[in-house]
Design a protein around this ligand. Structure first.
Ligand code: ZN
Length: 307
C-alpha cells in the first residue's frame, strides 16, 4: 500500500509552533536539538537541515520521502473518528512498518551486499543491554550500534529480579553463551515505572513488580528523605534503582564465574535523559561492588566441582 499522509492531520502539526516532525511522525521540540538528534540527523540526511526549523508542509513531504509514515493520531483523536477512518488508520499504521522494513532491507543490501549473509551466520555481541520498555529509548540508535552488536532485554523500569525467569535467562545466555564483555543496566529520567512506585496507590497487577522499586526506596530512605525537591528525589530514585539492578546482575553466578575466569563482563549503570538525549554513566565501581557482594553472595564455585 502506498504511503498516505492524511491532509486533515497536518493542521494539527502546524498548530504547534517550534516543533518539527521526524519521519515516523512523532514530534520533538525544535529547541531540543541534541547529539542524539544530531546522530539521527546524520543517519537520516534528508532531514538534517530540518532539525532547527519549524516544519512547513513541503518539508514534511521531504521527510516522508525516506520513511513511509502516517501522521500519528492520539487515542482520543481516534475515538472521535468514524469506524471507517479508524479502520483506515489501523491499516496504515500497520502497513507503514512493512514499507519501512522493505526500504531498510534494500538500503542495507545496497550499502553492504554481505549484510544479511553476515547476519545469518550468527551473533557475537559485546554488550548486553537491560533497559526500560519505554518507547522513547531506542537502545541501538542512541548508542550508534547496529544489528548483531547488542543483546537486548527490556521491561518496565529495567528491573533485574531474582525470580524473573525471563531476565535471568537473558543474563545467563548472554554471559555464558554469547560471552558479552559489558552488561549495561540503563534507566532513564522520567521513568513512569519509578514514578508509579513513588505513588502511594494500589496499582493492581503492577503491585508486585513495583514492589521491587519501592524496596529500593526503602533501602535508600535516609538519602532520599533528605531531598526536598520532588523532581530531584524522583531523578535520584531512578539512579539508585539502576545501581541496585546492577548489584542484582553482579549477584548472579554467571557474571561472577565468567569474571573470575576471564575478567569480563563488566557491569555498568547508565541513565538516559530525554532533555538532551545523552547517556549518563553512573560510574559504578564494578570491582568494589563485586567484592562487597561476594561477602554474602559468592557463587564463583561451581556446585558440580569436586563432586
Ligand atoms: Zn521507564
Amino acid at each position: 500500500m502506498p504511503c498516505v499522509r492524511p491532509r486533515a492531520a497536518l493542521p494539527h502539526v502546524a498548530r504547534a509552533p517550534g516543533v518539527f516532525v521526524r519521519p515516523r511522525g512523532t514530534v520533538f521540540p525544535s529547541s531540543s536539538a541534541s547529539p542524539f538528534l544530531g546522530f539521527l540527523a546524520a543517519r537520516h540526511t534528508p532531514f538534517q537541515q530540518q532539525l532547527n526549523a519549524t516544519p512547513r508542509l513541503d518539508q514534511l513531504r521531504i521527510l516522508g520521502v525516506r520513511y513511509c509514515s502516517t501522521i500519528r493520531m492520539s487515542s482520543q483523536e481516534l475515538e472521535s473518528q468514524p469506524p471507517s477512518q479508524v479502520k483506515k488508520y489501523l491499516q496504515q499504521s500497520h502497513d507503514r512498518i512493512f514499507e519501512n522494513n522493505k526500504r531498510w532491507a534494500e538500503e542495507q543490501k545496497a550499502k553492504h551486499p554481505e549484510f544479511f549473509t553476515n547476519l545469518s551466520a550468527g551473533q557475537s555481541p559485546d554488550y548486553l543491554w537491560i533497559g526500560c520498555s519505554d518507547s522513547r529509548i531506542p537502545a541501538e540508535a542512541i548508542t550508534g550500534l547496529g544489528p548483531g552488536e547488542m543483546f537486548i532485554h527490556r521491561n518496565i523500569a529495567n528491573l533485574v529480579c531474582n525470580t524473573d525467569l525471563n531476565v535471568m535467562s537473558v543474563v545467563n545466555y548472554a554471559v555464558r553463551h554469547l560471552h558479552v564483555k559489558h552488561v549495561i543496566v540503563c534507566g532513564h529520567y522520567g521513568c513512569g515505572g519509578v514514578k508509579a512506585a513513588m505513588t502511594p496507590k494500589d496499582m493492581g497487577l503492577l503491585n508486585p513488580w513495583l514492589r521491587n522499586i519501592r524496596d529500593v526506596y526503602r533501602l535508600h530512605e535516609a538519602e532520599l528523605d533528605t531531598i526536598e525537591d520532588e523532581e530531584k528525589k524522583y531523578d535520584r530514585l531512578v539512579e539508585l534503582n539502576v545501581v541496585e539492578q546492577c548489584r542484582n546482575v553482579i549477584k548472579t553466578a554467571a557474571v561472577q564465574q565468567s569474571y573470575a575466569r576471564g575478567g569480563f563482563p563488566v557491569v555498568h549503570g547508565w541513565v538516559f535523559g530525554f532533555k538532551d538525549g545523552l547517556l549518563k554513566d553512573l560510574e559504578i565501581d564494578f570491582e568494589g561492588q563485586l567484592k562487597s557482594i561476594q561477602k554474602i553472595y559468592n557463587l564463583t564455585a561451581d556446585a558440580s566441582e569436586g563432586s
